[in-house]
Design a protein around this ligand. Structure first.
Ligand SMILES: C[S@@+](CC[C@H](N)C(=O)[O-])C[C@H]1O[C@@H](n2cnc3c(N)ncnc32)[C@H](O)[C@@H]1O
Length: 314
């Protein structure tokens, strides 16, 4: 479960105020950087992982970075090896082709939102503040969290809170929202909190973290984008190249784990006659996911739910 309650951490990093990278050395190590290689940081953010990759890249190496949030552009280093693509990584293949890149040596994705996005009240990601229920990582997109609360049916809201937030009383919550939205406006964080206040179960911090996580996942179609990235990675990675993914909740981790295991997003049916499965183009490098040390979790509470999985292209 993603954690919305983390606080900003101290660090010497140039953009530490923007985001403190999680599993920094482990993830970059997992990419097995070749000096002259082409690497992708699909989730540039504050650029913590990218800077570490650049340290290991030679003069001829290239680093292509994606972020759908234009705020991240301010963190792009002035370095001729770097190309910033301000787009959703779900279109990775298309944008790389546009830049005449057909094969890469490694792809890193550090999923979810940055501390910057959580801490900018106006972005609407955090229930610590009051602002419009926005939650768009890409501000060119039109759909906001408020739109979802206005337009989804009771059943859609129920399923969303259940599947993406694991909210204990998802059904009641959905019912309350549908009742309340016919009486009052639910366009801001405070309006939402007030509308559902009576039904909050357990620790309110945890309850709202789950509710907000569900909304955020749907607004940004986070799982759909992850599946697209994984699907397209097969065609982009050269033999021997690496794919390293850091996830922050079980829904994401399950998708990555299954994909690495089977090499496909589809259900794998055994060949009925011979009992064979289609060949998997990936080799699992991390048999078990790598998790942060106790020291990292102590310094950066956001790290607590992180899991890193690495696969290599055969
Ligand atoms: C956890 S932060 C990454 C932090 C980064 N590794 C660092 O060291 O600063 C995730 C970033 O990825 C971006 N992001 C998330 N999903 C994305 C997607 N589908 N396409 C492009 N960028 C995405 C977010 O806007 C955010 O800036």
């Amino acid at each position: 479960m993603a954690d919305q309650t983390f606080s900003q951490q101290e660090s010497n990093d140039a953009t530490a105020g923007y985001h403190v990278p999680v599993l920094l050395n482990e993830a970059v190590e997992g990419l097995n950087i070749q000096e002259g290689g082409i690497y992708i940081d699909a989730t540039f953010g504050g650029g913590g992982h990218s800077r570490q990759i650049l340290k290991r890249l030679g003069d001829k190496g290239r680093l292509i970075v994606f972020d759908q949030d234009i705020d991240a552009a301010a963190n792009v280093p002035d370095d001729k090896r770097v190309l910033f693509i301000p787009q959703n990584f779900r279109h990775i293949q298309r944008f790389l082709r546009l830049h005449k890149i057909t094969g890469v040596d490694g792809i890193l994705a550090d999923l979810g939102v940055s501390s910057h996005q959580f801490d900018e009240a106006a972005r609407g990601f955090s229930f610590r503040f009051d602002a419009n229920l926005d939650m768009r990582m890409d501000q060119r997109q039109t759909l906001t969290a408020a739109d979802i609360l206005k337009t989804y049916s009771e059943l859609q809201l129920h399923k969303m809170f259940e599947q993406y937030g694991e909210v204990t009383n998802a059904k009641t919550l959905a019912k309350t929202i549908v009742q309340q939205r016919s009486i009052i406006s639910i366009s801001t964080i405070q309006e939402l909190k007030q509308a559902v206040q009576a039904g909050v179960m357990g620790n309110p911090q945890k309850y709202f973290a789950q509710l907000f996580q569900a909304l955020r996942i749907v607004v940004n179609d986070e799982l759909g984008a992850l599946k697209e990235l994984l699907r397209q990675s097969e065609g982009l990675l050269k033999p021997g190249a690496r794919l390293a993914i850091i996830t922050f909740h079980s829904l994401e981790d399950r998708i990555v784990k299954n994909f690495f295991k089977t090499g496909t997003m589809e259900e794998v049916a055994e060949d009925e006659l011979f009992g064979r499965k289609p060949a998997n183009p990936f080799l699992i490098i991390t048999k078990k996911p790598i998790v942060p040390t106790a020291a990292e979790c102590k310094n950066n509470s956001r790290a607590r739910s992180a899991k890193l999985r690495v696969a290599g292209k055969k």
